[in-house]
Structures are given as C-alpha cells and as structure tokens.
Design a protein around this ligand. Structure first.
Ligand code: ATP
Ligand code: MG
Length: 436
C-alpha cells in the first residue's frame, strides 16, 4: 500500500472531540486501534497520545468506506471530518470523515496486541517494547513516571536546590570494585559510574544544596525483581546538614510526590486500578538493632553486624507496612564516606528508606574531615591514592554535609504497585537483556 505524504495538519486531539464541537470540521491523527465492519458502517477507533476517538464511515461515503475497510491495526492515519454528537461514542461525539490519509501501514499480525486485551509474558512484552508501551496500563505507568519526575524536580527546586550533572565515565571505583562495569576508554580502562556520591559531595561545597537525576550502573550478580544494571537515581547532597535533616527532607519529598500523584494523576491511577495511600510524615524510624529484634521475633535470627538478606527483608515487609526508616547501621557494612557515631564508632549515621520489603533510598551524614576519611578508606581496603582527585577537595573548605540516593525505578514500582522493576523502566538492562 502506498504511503501518502502528510497533507493534513492536526487541529484537535482525541480528548477535544466533544459534543460541543458538533458540526465543526476537524483533523485528527493517530493509530488505528480497532476496525469494526457492520456491513453498512465501518467504525474505526483512532488512538492518539490523549486517548481515543471514533470515526464512523457510512457506506454512502463510497471510496472512503472502501478505504476504511482496508485499514489494519496500528496503521497511522490522518482524518479530516465533521464532529457529530453521538451519545455512545467515546467522549460523546464521533467524526464523520471527508478525507482519510494513510500515513503508514503496520505489519499483520503484530507480535503483541497493543489494545491490551490479550496478555503476553514479560519477555515478549519487553522484546516488543514499543508496542507494549501503547497498551493502556503500561502507558499509564510511564505517564506516572514522567509526572513523578516532574514533581520531584519541582519540590527540590522550590527547596532551593541546584540541579547538577556528574560524569558517568569514571577512572576509579566509588565504593570498591565488585559491581563496576569496565569500559574501554581510548588507550585506558575506565568504568561506568555506580553512583554520583563523590561528585555530589564536592559540589555541595560550592552550591550547598544539589540534586542530580541520572543513571547509575551496577553489575549485579543476581537476577531479582528489584535490581537492574542501569538505574536512575535521585541524588541529593546538602551542606551544613546531618542525617536527621536529610531524612526529614526525604520524607517530605515522598509525601509531596504521593499527594501530587493522588491529585493530578487520577486518570493514570484509575487505568491501573490503583488506590494510592498518601502517608504523612514523619515516617517511623527503627534502628538496625530494633529491626534485628523484629526479625528475631519472627524466627529469623541475624547476628549483629550482618547484612539483612532478601528473605529477611520479605519478612520485614510483612511485619512493617508503608514507608519507614532504618537508622544506626553497623559502620563496617556501610560505605567509607558515612560518618561513624562520635561516641559509638561501631554504628554510623546512615539510614535506609524502606517501603515494606524494598529499599528505596540510602543516605547519611558524610565524613567531612580528610584524616578520618583516609582512615575509613584504609579500613575498607581501598587505596587512598586512587581517591586523590576527591580527597584534595577536602583541603579547600569542605563543610559538614549529608545526603541520600533514592532509586527512581523502585519508587515508581511502589507508586504503581508493579511487582517487577522491569515493568517501569522503558528499556531495562539486566544480566540477560541488552536489547531492545
Ligand atoms: P540493594 O541493597 O537493594 O542492592 P544498594 O544499597 O546497593 O541497594 P545504594 O548504593 O544504596 O543501593 O543505591 C541507592 C538506591 O538506588 C537504592 O536504595 C535503590 O533504591 C537504588 N538501587 C541501587 N542499586 C540498584 C539496582 N541494581 N537496581 C535498582 N535500583 C537500585
Ligand atoms: Mg543502600
């Protein structure tokens, strides 16, 4: 079938086709979602970024009627026609066409049903992601993602933060090498950044309140529903602040985002059949030691100082609902830049923000004294010399500071209620998947 060049310019989106426009000429553009041929009438449901509109081709329209019968799913078309009040049509009005331009055709059959009526497994969906993204529920997840990002930015900018960008190609590990992806960089080896940590700390000594929304790369060994190799993290660093200050900022941010989503994203939430709980701050705080107590009571003993395993986190998610913080972590399990308690150096001023069993964010008070930072690097088996570029900034007036990194993809999981992080990332990257 020949593809005509676009001759028609869109005048309206589907959502604007309302009974008030009865009798008016409009041009709509979009994708053919459904064609129903009822003998004397062909109904075409056209989808654009705003929704759906019905175009009805009566037999008496002759050539147009014949052309409409040939339309296939996901054909791209432009239609010029007259709006007609029609109670049963989506939006209460339909379009009676005068001109139909086929801008492009689509394969038949398609590897995935974009109407969302027949389900497919996640791998098939991800293999054909562009079609998958056209399905209403999937589409709603990504519209929510877009809006959540918008709300996060507006909250932080209103709080006086400056948005920064830090390099994603780096020379050495931020926190040790295990999860780093090496890359070939001209004649040398370099790495993909696993965190904005060191750079955001440096920038807090200039701009005081900084945030970045950017990718981090982690060569995760395991295949889980909450880990990817490429993730987006909302990173924040604040000068003259401690852990308590930035926990307060984080819970206010979460509350703001939830409230905005509940108010402004009703359509997306209803497509997902989701009722959002807007949890008010302050969020409960449990120390690491208290968490071990909760787990012990539930038959999962963990020796003090050990990591909390995934099954233990699952159990914790049964015991504690909603958002909460875990504070006062053992120093040895946290990164070198976290400040140990002055009177009790075996615990440190680190915290995690949790939603039931999922860790959403990690943060803490940072060390701002160079000597202590060097001592902690050595204790963690890292070579201070590979951090020279960073350590020297501590000679130039480094204020006390604190911050956190919030996993954006995990936050979207929690807001949309999906079980697998792959559902809320456009093109997820994991151990097995590098395309599309
Ligand atoms: P986890 O223990 O769950 O693997 P982490 O403690 O290694 O996470 P951090 O270094 O604290 O991760 O990173 C900050 C935040 O970024 C995490 O709280 C999480 O929300 C998100 N994040 C980190 N790694 C991943 C990943 N591989 N996939 C998805 N999100 C991640
Ligand atoms: Mg963490």
């Amino acid at each position: 079938m020949p593809c005509s060049p676009p001759k028609l310019r869109r005048t309206h989106y589907s959502k604007d086709i309302k009974p008030e426009l009865d009798g008016k000429e409009v041009v709509v553009c979009g994708w053919v979602e459904r064609v129903r041929d009822l003998g004397g009438l062909v109904f075409v449901i056209l989808r654009d970024m705003e929704g759906r509109v019905q175009v009805t081709f009566p037999k008496r329209s002759g050539g147009l009627y014949e052309k409409a019968k040939e339309l296939g799913k996901e054909y791209v078309v432009a239609v010029r026609g007259t709006v007609k009040f029609m109670e049963n049509a989506p939006g209460g009005a339909e379009i009676i066409p005068e001109e139909l331009v086929i801008l492009n055709v689509a394969a038949s059959p398609l590897p995935l049903d974009p109407s969302g009526k027949t389900d497919a497994n996640l791998d098939t969906r991800l293999d054909n992601r562009v079609l998958d993204l056209r399905r209403p529920k999937v589409n709603a997840i990504f519209r929510l993602r877009h809006n959540v990002l918008r709300f996060i930015r507006s909250f932080l900018i209103d709080e006086g933060f400056t948005e920064v960008q830090t390099p994603k190609i780096i020379a050495s590990a931020t926190e040790g090498g295990a999860e780093l992806f090496p890359i070939s960089y001209y004649e040398r080896e370099a790495f993909l950044s696993q965190s904005a940590q060191l750079y955001k700390e440096q920038l807090s000594s200039v701009f005081e309140k900084v945030f970045e929304i950017g990718p981090c790369y982690r060569a995760e060994e395991s295949r889980t529903v909450r880990h990817l190799s490429e993730v987006y993290v909302v990173d924040v660093e604040v000068a003259f602040a401690d852990a308590e200050d930035v926990m307060n900022l984080l819970e206010r941010l979460i509350y703001y985002v939830l409230r905005k989503v509940a108010d402004e994203c009703r359509r997306e939430l209803s497509v997902l059949g989701r009722k959002l709980e807007v949890q008010e701050p302050p969020f409960p705080r449990y120390t690491y030691t208290e968490i071990l107590g909760v787990l012990e009571e539930r038959g999962i003993p963990i020796a003090w100082g050990e990591d909390i395993s995934t099954p233990a986190y699952r159990e914790l998610g049964e015991a504690i609902k909603g958002f909460y913080f875990i504070t006062e972590w053992p120093t040895k399990g946290k990164p070198f830049y976290i400040k140990p308690r002055e009177n009790r150096p075996e615990v440190c001023e680190a915290f995690d923000l949790m939603y039931e069993w999922i860790e959403l964010a990690s943060g803490g008070t940072r060390i701002h004294e160079k000597e202590l930072l060097i001592k902690r690097l050595k204790e963690q088996g890292l070579a201070p010399s590979s951090f020279d570029f960073h350590l020297k900034t501590f000679d130039w007036g480094m204020p006390p500071h604190a911050g956190w990194g919030l996993g954006l993809d995990r936050l979207i999981m929690v807001i949309t209620g999906v079980e697998n992080i792959r559902e809320c990332v456009f093109y997820p990257r994991d151990r097995d998947r590098l395309t599309p």
